[in-house]
Design a binder for this molecule. Structure first.
Ligand SMILES: N[C@@H](CCC[C@H](N)C(=O)O)C(=O)O
Length: 264
């Protein structure tokens, strides 16, 4: 499946056990060109449990586009108007949206430096990650936030002017981020539009990162660069991110596609 171009291999592990080694995850991701491998598991109280591995084999707690893909499957399967998805990070809710799009309520962003987590106390609106070529005056200090996974977001004038595969890894495993971080490069086009490219922790440059889009909107709105709702234009598609004042939750809406089904 893919969510706005973010590619997933989704395994139904509700009746067939699926406990891949890191090597097997890497092999599946390479064979199927997936950014993440996802397993659907039974959950005692929610419609489904979603387990997530990055293409490097590491298990992670959150994946926004993956949650939309899983929501699509379970919405179709159950016919319910709303489905609940448990992840290691949070309980998410998925809904059908207009035009065949899928919305997931991603919950509240976490803003404390310990929540990201950072290795030391720092102002989350702009952290110090100067290192080698990152000591670049055109790259401002990145804002950080957790969407159930860590994100550092650089606000830049022209997102296409940066060599993201060269810069991303320098920040991804910078000592300031003890669990690593996803690294966004965001260009604010206007108060309702952000162009975004994301170097994903454990997966590299992907066509779209859902939690990355949520993180970029939250950081932009927090800095008053945009309003609380914006279109996030990624390489693989557009996501609408709405950080609602009423409940502090971030809602993400966008396309999901089933590409093919197979048996391994
Ligand atoms: N593609 C995902 C994020 C997947 C996990 C991420 N790479 C991490 O390590 O936290 C999304 O759509 O959010």
């Amino acid at each position: 499946m893919n969510g706005a171009g973010n590619a997933f291999a989704v395994f139904d592990a509700r009746s067939t056990p699926f406990a891949p080694t890191a090597d097997q995850v890497r092999q599946i991701a390479a064979d199927l060109q997936a950014d993440q491998v996802i397993a659907l598991e039974r959950d005692a109280t929610k419609d489904v449990f979603m387990r997530i591995w990055n293409s490097d084999g590491g298990e992670v707690a959150a994946c926004g586009n993956g949650a939309r893909a899983v929501a699509h499957l379970i919405l179709e399967e159950t016919g319910k108007p709303m489905v609940t998805i448990q992840t290691e990070a949070d309980m998410l809710k998925g809904y059908k949206a207009e035009g065949g799009l899928v919305t997931v309520d991603m919950g509240s962003p976490l803003m404390g430096w310990e929540d990201i987590p950072l290795a030391e106390k720092m102002d989350v609106r702009g952290v110090d990650v100067k290192v080698g070529p990152m000591d670049n005056p055109t790259l401002s200090r990145p804002a950080v936030v957790s969407m159930g996974n860590p994100h550092a977001v650089f606000f830049v004038k022209d997102v296409d002017a940066y060599d993201i595969p060269a810069l991303g890894p320098l920040v991804e495993w910078h000592p300031l981020f003890p669990e690593g971080t996803n690294v966004g490069f965001a260009q604010v086009i206007d108060t309702e539009t952000i162009r975004l490219r994301v170097w994903e922790r454990g997966a590299g440059l992907t066509k779209a990162c859902g939690t990355g889009a949520c993180a970029a909107l939250v950081c932009a709105a927090r800095a008053k660069l945009t309003g609380r709702k914006a279109r996030l234009v990624l390489d693989g598609g557009t996501l609408i991110i709405d950080w609602r004042e009423s409940d502090d939750h971030v809602y993400m809406t966008g396309p999901v596609e089933m590409e093919f089904e197979t048996v391994i």
